[in-house]
Write a protein that binds this ligand. Structure first.
Ligand SMILES: Cc1cc2nc3c(=O)[nH]c(=O)nc-3n(C[C@H](O)[C@H](O)[C@H](O)COP(=O)(O)OP(=O)(O)OC[C@H]3O[C@@H](n4cnc5c(N)ncnc54)[C@H](O)[C@@H]3O)c2cc1C
Length: 379
């Protein structure tokens, strides 16, 4: 049932589920960092070498994250793991020269966390409007500005920060930096009271004449938009893989519920309308799973993420919207229990809805899709 991957991948999902399952209950009330470290100890943040072994490194990470979600680890933790692995570790391994990657590679043991700081209070959809500025001073840079709505900012140890190093809206106006967050001039907010994925903290980073050490610049000055194209293509391609495990659990719970609940003198699942909603949920999950694993396989085959940007955008739109519809069906079938936090069938509509916004809003991604087909449409 819904086992659409190859045997090795399915075995990896199951192995990770088995390892994480005994931890799920113990970790339920623990803070984010404790849950993060427990999952890191399973090796989920460790990128496999690209040595031709099957499954390839991206599929491997995806299968582990699916297994962790299937075990019942909080979806917010699954999201944060997927965000660091796919949106930061893989792109950094590709972008950084060997010694620079080695210097940060310890993040894979989970004792230090990364965050990806792009959005500002003035808006997230239009990176070229950013106001955070870095100016060169000696062999480093000095950073001023603020990044807001950043996943893991309140707890992260290092950040990838995008800043303006030239004026104007041209493609070389931005640069990307990677540096530790314990520098003088860097402060962070308390966690925001977030309604989606509440387990993973979100906050603001403020930079006041923060002197970044030499070597913080990723690539060349002016190459920030190119790195952003890579990190966002990675996110759009595979980040939503975090939802596959939680979706599979929800489907399982709903099927069990429809099988036991009685209405009108028969079991609820004997209604065609109920059966139809369950089938819609299975279809949404199947489509999502096939698409995300297909992109993971393309990345494993060596296709650079930026070359997959168009398909990644389509996948991100499709999976996020399927996740929302899937959750709507689950909510409808759960009745009032969907709205009772400690019931067996609580619904979380905020978290799937948030996926319509992060990693590029679906509305703006649609504009890009239409542009690919030749329409003369701009953002
Ligand atoms: C759970 C979550 C986690 C996040 N984590 C991070 C993170 O780790 N790092 C980070 O940098 N950011 C993060 N973000 C922020 C996210 O990247 C931004 O929310 C996103 O880029 C949109 O920016 P905005 O919210 O400022 O919306 P706006 O840019 O203000 O847009 C608002 C709405 O207007 C629409 N819109 C704007 N212009 C147009 C147009 N020309 N045509 C059609 N529609 C348009 C948008 O599509 C959107 O629907 C996160 C967001 C969420 C929800």
């Amino acid at each position: 049932m819904l086992r659409s991957g190859d045997q090795e991948t399915e075995a990896l999902v199951d192995a990770c589920r088995e390892q994480a399952e005994p931890l799920a209950e113990q970790l339920r009330e623990k803070d984010f960092r404790t849950q993060w470290e427990a999952m890191a100890d399973l090796g989920v943040l460790r990128l496999a070498e690209d040595g031709g072994a099957r499954p390839g490194p991206v599929t491997r990470s995806l299968a582990m994250i699916e297994g962790i979600g299937l075990a019942g680890i909080d979806p917010g933790v699954c999201y944060a793991l997927a965000s660091q692995v796919f949106g930061m570790e893989f792109p950094l391994r590709a972008a950084l020269p060997g010694p620079a990657w080695e210097a940060i590679a310890h993040i894979q043991d989970g004792r230090a966390l990364l965050c990806h700081a792009l959005t500002e209070r003035g808006g997230g959809s239009d990176p070229l409007s950013m106001e955070t500025r870095a100016r060169r001073e000696g062999d480093g840079h000095v950073l001023d500005g603020a990044k807001t709505f950043i996943t893991a900012a309140p707890v992260a140890d290092h950040a990838i920060v995008f800043a303006r190093t030239a004026e104007g809206r041209h493609p070389f106006a931005l640069s990307a930096f990677l540096f530790p967050l314990d520098l003088p001039g860097v402060t962070r907010s308390e966690p925001f009271a977030k309604t989606a994925l509440p387990q993973v903290p979100m906050g603001e980073l403020v930079f006041k004449a923060a002197r970044l050490p030499a070597g913080s610049l990723i690539g060349e000055e002016g190459s920030g938009l190119a790195l952003m194209a890579s990190t966002t293509a990675w996110e759009r391609a595979v980040l939503l893989g975090y939802a596959l495990g939680p979706m599979r659990r929800t489907l399982r719970r709903i099927v069990a519920w429809a099988g036991e609940r009685e209405h009108f003198g028969r079991r609820m699942g004997a209604s065609h309308q109920v059966a139809s909603r369950v089938s819609e949920m299975a279809l949404a999950l199947h489509r999502s799973r096939v698409q995300v694993y297909a992109l993971a396989a393309r990345l494993d085959a060596g296709t650079p993420a930026r070359q997959l940007a168009a398909e990644a955008a389509l996948t991100k739109i499709s999976v996020s919207e399927d996740y929302v519809r899937f959750t709507e069906h689950a909510t409808a079938l759960s009745g009032v229990r969907a709205f009772i936090a400690d019931s067996d069938l609580p619904a979380d509509l905020h978290s799937p809805m948030a996926a319509l916004t992060y990693a590029g809003t679906n509305d703006l991604l649609r504009v890009g899709v239409a542009r690919q087909f030749g329409l003369p449409v701009e953002n």
